[in-house]
Ligand binder design. Sequence first.
Ligand SMILES: Cc1cc2nc3c(=O)[nH]c(=O)nc-3n(C[C@H](O)[C@H](O)[C@H](O)COP(=O)(O)OP(=O)(O)OC[C@H]3O[C@@H](n4cnc5c(N)ncnc54)[C@H](O)[C@@H]3O)c2cc1C
Length: 409
Amino acid sequence: MFRTLNEITSNGFCMGCGLCTGLVPDVGMDETEDGMMIAVAKRALTGAEHSLITRLCPGVSLTAPVRDSDDPVWGTPLRVAEGWSGDPDERFRASAGGVMTAINRYLLESGRADFILQVRAGGKDAMSSEPVFIRDPADLLDGSQSRYAPCAPLTALHAALDTGERFAVSLKPCDIAGVENLRREDSRVSRQVVFTQAMFCGTVPSRDSSNELFRRRGIDPDTDTPLSFRWRGNGCPGPTVAEMPDGRTVTATYNELWNDNPWTTSFRCKICPDAVGLHTDLATGDFWENAEPLGESPGENGIIAHTPLAREILQACEAEGRLVLRDIPIDDLNKTQPHHQRLRQSWAARVAGANVAGAPMPDFRNLSAAVGQVSTDAQAATFQGALERARKAAITGCQPFDDWGSGGT
Ligand SMILES: Cc1cc2nc3c(=O)[nH]c(=O)nc-3n(C[C@H](O)[C@H](O)[C@H](O)COP(=O)(O)OP(=O)(O)OC[C@H]3O[C@@H](n4cnc5c(N)ncnc54)[C@H](O)[C@@H]3O)c2cc1C
């Protein structure tokens, strides 16, 4: 078990969500040299402070709300659909089909939420993102799109609770898991958080991964930094576009970005037991066969409603023309998100391999239902691959974005 904040960060289990900064004074977030967010204590913490952090940190403590009758990979499937925003501009400008933004718009315009806690571009440079409270529906699209670089949205969670207002949270699965962990010890979460949604999250790439695009174009990202950067949107997936101070525009396709970049990420992302948002009211992602776009499309999402509230909100959005929905079999999520199916089946063997190599064991409960879908031989191969990899290389710092010791899974 993890006993201190340092054990979390030094073993590669910090995902950089920022929850701990609101739990304990003098814990802050820093960016590592290779461009990941990591929690840092600015003084020696007490035993009680370490205990609070390790209890609530979603990097090392997660209990999924999955029942026996649920889908082993995707959790509770109260409604599974393909869909997109009924507003063509929203659909075009958002990351996929604009489903997350359309739902956030409904929550604000119906008065069900006073604001949305999400992220948008901002901070030290064009690739940085910052948490934001969006109150005016006109500002929602500023915070849409996929920001494929680290940011720490839960640094704002306690400030959001301090407002005393009702809000929805629209972030990554691990961020929502942090909100759910806090719910256990802070009763304001149940009173004020009215809805949670997340995208299926393949990983949070390091900032250095995107910088590689500039190096391939002969630009030194340390000295020649863009004024603005968007990874996708304005189509689906839409172009990656950087605007440079001298008026140049650097562009790339989504496929170049994902296939040609040497992506790196945190160890914790590579063993994530819930990158599909089991903890959310609603989770959503792209809807491309085999997770790869074959060109540009108008924008579509795969959607799973986990709670009666999410099902009711989908229905309301559909009735008002805010969302266009078509029910689909749950296997379509496996077909469009095969990497998530593999990760849900293999994470436990990866964690066990890292544990035998010396990392503490995280407190992950009720998350393993999909593990039994693969043979014990495949699990053993994954375990062995993870063990060898962890023995050879430190699991702290950025890890290459390959199938880390995934053996036969
Ligand atoms: C880190 C990351 C990993 C992803 N991995 C997958 C994947 O494995 N499979 C897949 O199908 N799709 C993945 N996506 C893309 C995802 O499909 C789309 O973002 C999602 O379908 C929502 O589309 P939308 O049009 O409904 O979103 P939009 O309407 O554009 O809204 C996007 C929402 O996501 C939030 N958001 C964006 N970036 C971040 C971030 N870095 N941290 C926290 N919140 C953020 C925004 O604040 C906004 O609320 C990923 C996106 C990100 C940012």
